[in-house]
Design a protein around this ligand. Structure first.
Ligand SMILES: Cc1ncc(COP(=O)(O)O)c(C=O)c1O
Length: 387
């Protein structure tokens, strides 16, 4: 049990707590379910603060921007564990990577232009690399089947080895039919590349977009879900299969702590104002205010329950974390602990809105806490620098 009361006393709110013990347990659970055939890639975008803790547990890091590379590089994450991905790969950045390092070996290719760029730069810097060609799922990411086939048929570089395909169509996927269809699509292209284009396919990197169910009352048998996904994946004949996962690795380890700073009532209801808000708490897509997320309250209070709208401190009527929450009477200073926020909340929130400070970030492991990011003022980022 995480001693949230002590953490609040020591660090204050709003803050995120990432429980590393829980994170490592989660990865080990995924490994046990899927078994040794499947490599795990961690999509760093989900949460950069836990990346280092995963180093021994995962096979690769998916890095999608110069910023993510800088973070992982400064964390001394092995270059050999990186796959340099992303829909826009700047020439300047690729040049600097390829000229400086001979051990960043794996890249994805999302367009013919990206391939030509890598072709040119690997020749220039005499670097041997491996690539995965991203097959599009019908959007701006990846290449269509024909472009991939053209690319493979014209591929002659001795610096680049095409290892196989990458496919990711979106997050929070729970339709088994959809997963089956995606795997069928990828396999069809892979087999044609082998038979018609004589490509030695080694690997399929697949982002399954495993879902997290964030709200109370939602029914989801995760074990059964994973068993069925594994059955589909097991049907992939011979290639190495790498699962590219963010949310499902990171979500459960995180909690978001935010304090009641004001309470008021009008003819429309009771309002508890919190020092956090929806800019720092990102559950997937939906207007979550209508649903009740998993949460705890400290201190525990025994009293009759009344209904509150939990609102953040942004200047928008949309800043509602939970609507009509039935809970014992609140007092100023009470703290809400929202669960399962380890993925995307600290990286995807509209955190610059209203120039409020970014929350503190605390890692918790083996009974100890460590502050890995202090509160960060954002006013200077929203300040016109010529003044
Ligand atoms: C290419 C790619 N792979 C993997 C992921 C991670 O997805 P998820 O967090 O649903 O596992 C993303 C997320 O946007 C992605 O863009």
């Amino acid at each position: 049990m995480i001693p949230y009361d002590k953490i609040v006393k020591k660090y204050g709110t709003p803050s995120y707590v990432y429980d590393i013990d829980c994170l490592l347990k989660r990865v080990s659970q995924l490994r046990t379910i899927f078994g040794p055939r499947y490599d795990l890639v961690y999509a760093v975008k989900a949460n950069t603060f836990i990346a280092k803790a995963l180093e021994k547990e995962i096979d690769r890091y998916e890095i999608c921007s110069p910023g993510e590379f800088d973070i992982c590089n400064r964390l001394s994450i092995s270059h050999q564990k990186m796959v340099i991905s992303g829909v826009y790969k700047e020439e300047k950045i690729l040049s600097s990577m390829l000229s400086q390092y001979d051990d960043i070996l794996k890249y994805t290719v999302e367009s013919k232009t990206q391939y030509e760029l890598l072709d040119r730069l690997t020749k220039k810097y005499h670097r041997k690399i491996h690539v995965l060609l991203r097959l599009t799922s019908g959007n701006q990411f990846g290449m269509c089947e024909q472009d991939i086939k053209d690319l493979v048929s014209h591929h002659s570089s001795s610096w680049i080895t095409i290892d196989g395909l990458e496919y990711f169509s979106g997050t929070q996927k729970h339709s088994m039919k959809r997963i089956q269809k995606e795997i069928d699509t990828v396999l069809k292209v892979a087999e044609e590349l082998e038979t018609d284009y004589l490509l030695e396919m080694q690997e399929i990197e697949y982002g399954p977009g495993f879902p997290i169910f964030y709200f109370q009352g939602e029914k989801f048998d995760e074990e059964e879900f994973f068993t069925q996904v594994k059955e589909i994946l097991d049907s992939i004949p011979k290639y190495k299969v790498t699962l590219e996962v963010g949310r499902s690795i990171a979500a459960s380890c995180g909690s978001y702590l935010t304090k009641v700073v004001d309470i008021k009532e009008n003819q429309y209801g009771n309002y508890a104002l919190l020092d956090g808000g929806i800019h720092q708490l990102v559950y997937y897509g939906q207007t979550m205010a209508m649903k009740i997320p998993y949460y705890e309250r400290i201190p525990k209070r025994e009293s009759k329950e009344i209904s509150y709208n939990l609102c953040g401190s942004l200047c928008t009527i949309n800043d509602i974390l939970v609507k009509n929450l039935q809970t014992p009477v609140l007092e100023k200073g009470d703290v809400f602990i929202f669960k399962n926020v380890g993925a995307y909340s600290s990286t995807e929130g509209i955190s610059l809105f209203l120039s409020r400070d970014l929350p503190k970030i605390i890692l918790y492991q083996n009974g100890k806490t460590i502050l890995v990011r202090d509160a960060v003022p954002t006013s200077m980022l929203n300040f016109p620098n010529n003044q």
